[in-house]
Design a protein around this ligand. Structure first.
Ligand code: ATP
Ligand code: MG
Length: 422
């Protein structure tokens, strides 16, 4: 026997047993976003490497060490997308969409980062991302938060909290950068290798470090939120004012800078306490300079992305309605006439009861072997068409879960009967 081939480490298959829950979750998300006026867009999974290096920033975890990049046959440097905003901005500019007014869009699909795989952290993972172009008002930042809070409710998530911060304007961030540089320069001996490098290139990134040994040093660093320009401070006050009026609780985390370089003003993260170290389920913020930086006309932007694998881990434990199965039937038929009748009845059920799952047995074995499969199928009822049933124009229905007797009913009454009991 030849050696088995395995998937790439950190890249997962979706197995049949998990597919219903994934689809249910995606359905809830799509429905919600559509109801807030967002339109779905799709960009290629591969883009020119420059799309990401320019958008995300050279001194970030993603660009420094996490991208899947290669040279294609034509000599271009290409990259598997590590996130969705860069491609979305590229699309906006290429198709000139912001010119037509405010753009509210969302996308979904796999992202790729060469990280150390662990629970909630994979090399291929899935995000749903939401972006708005052309709106500077804090009202839209707050609506994003309100919408995600609504989503956690619909997904029945427990124990999620919101952290917010403001990164101010590009100008004040430069001044703040100097402050940070001076502060961390005085404590060079306490910085790890990554942070030493970042000190010169982008000291803000040090705040993003996950190295616990530097926690106190980082906690005592000057805070951006204390050095905001007037307009950004006003914007942040408006933003939190909306959250207060909506009754959405949050904490201001002055060390929240996010892992990508393009953010300004509002940044936020939704964190679940049920996922250990990989607790962030949704993260985003404002990126007013990005479109221009990517070659477009100055256009403000704000958005977020959520990690679907992390949401799945939570939903499978916490959501009662999403984990509920649709009503289901297993159809057992014996003999040629019954086979044909089973096809007709199945058709009728699919037509009249579109939410019901019907598995029509295709093994054509004995009654015993078909019933055995019905018992294993995890469906609610078996419908049975044997010779006797066919001769009397009847059908048997047998509960497969819990109590209840097998019943014999008139064949033409089956739809009405199912409508009543399912
Ligand atoms: P983290 O701090 O967990 O590395 P990040 O700041 O790199 O996250 P973003 O780039 O903001 O994450 O991506 C948004 C969301 O996508 C995250 O909050 C998370 O839910 C999810 N995500 C990011 N990286 C991964 C990954 N490697 N595997 C699974 N989900 C991920
Ligand atoms: Mg990361």
């Amino acid at each position: 026997m030849s050696k088995k081939i395995q998937a790439i480490r950190g890249m997962n298959d979706l197995l049949p047993k998990d597919s219903n829950l994934w689809l249910a979750m995606e359905g809830v998300i799509n429905k919600l976003l559509i109801s807030y006026g967002y339109k779905n867009i799709r960009t290629p999974i591969v883009e020119k490497t420059e799309t990401f290096t320019r958008a995300i920033g050279a001194v970030t975890d993603i660009v420094e060490k996490e991208m899947y990049t290669w040279q294609d046959l034509g000599g271009d440097s290409l990259t598997l997308r590590p996130e969705g905003t860069a491609g979305c901005v590229r699309l906006m500019i290429e198709h000139n969409l912001p010119r037509e007014g405010i753009q509210k869009v969302f996308y979904q699909g796999p992202m790729f980062r060469h990280e150390r795989p662990q629970k909630g952290r994979y090399r291929q993972f899935h995000q749903v991302g939401v972006e708005i172009f052309g709106a500077t008002e804090a009202k839209i930042d707050a609506e994003l938060i309100a919408m995600t809070a609504q989503l956690w409710q619909r997904l029945e998530l427990k124990n999620v909290t919101l952290e917010v911060n403001s990164l101010g304007s590009n100008e004040t961030r430069k001044e703040y950068r100097e402050l940070l540089y001076t502060y961390f320069s005085k404590h060079k001996s306490e910085l790890d290798e990554d942070s030493l490098r970042r000190l010169e290139a982008n000291p803000l990134r040090i705040l993003d470090s996950k190295n616990g040994d530097m926690a106190t040093l980082i906690a005592n660093a000057p805070k951006m939120i204390d050095h905001l320009d007037e307009d950004s401070a006003k914007h942040f006050a408006e933003f939190t004012g909306y959250l207060d009026c909506l009754g959405i609780r949050y904490t201001v985390n002055p060390r929240l800078v996010r892992g990508l370089d393009y953010y300004n003003r509002t940044v936020f993260e939704w964190i679940s306490s049920d996922l250990g170290a990989q607790g962030t389920i949704c993260a985003g913020g404002r990126y007013d300079g990005l479109v221009e930086q990517m070659g477009g006309k100055p256009t403000p932007g704000v958005g977020f992305a959520m990690g679907l694998e992390r949401l799945m881990l939570l939903i499978s434990e916490q959501s009662e309605s999403l984990t509920q199965q649709a009503p289901s039937l297993y159809f057992v038929a014996l003999g040629e006439q019954a086979q044909q009748a089973s096809m007709r009845v199945c058709n009728d059920i699919h037509q009249e009861l579109p939410n019901v799952v019907v598995i029509n047995d295709i093994g054509m074995g004995s009654l015993k072997s078909q019933m055995k499969k019905a018992d294993k199928s995890n469906t609610d009822f078996a419908l049975i068409l044997g010779e006797e049933e066919i001769n009397n124009n009847q059908i048997s229905i047998k509960p497969l879960k819990g109590q209840g007797e097998q019943q014999l009913i008139a064949l033409e009454g089956i739809i009405a009967h199912l409508q009543e009991i399912l």
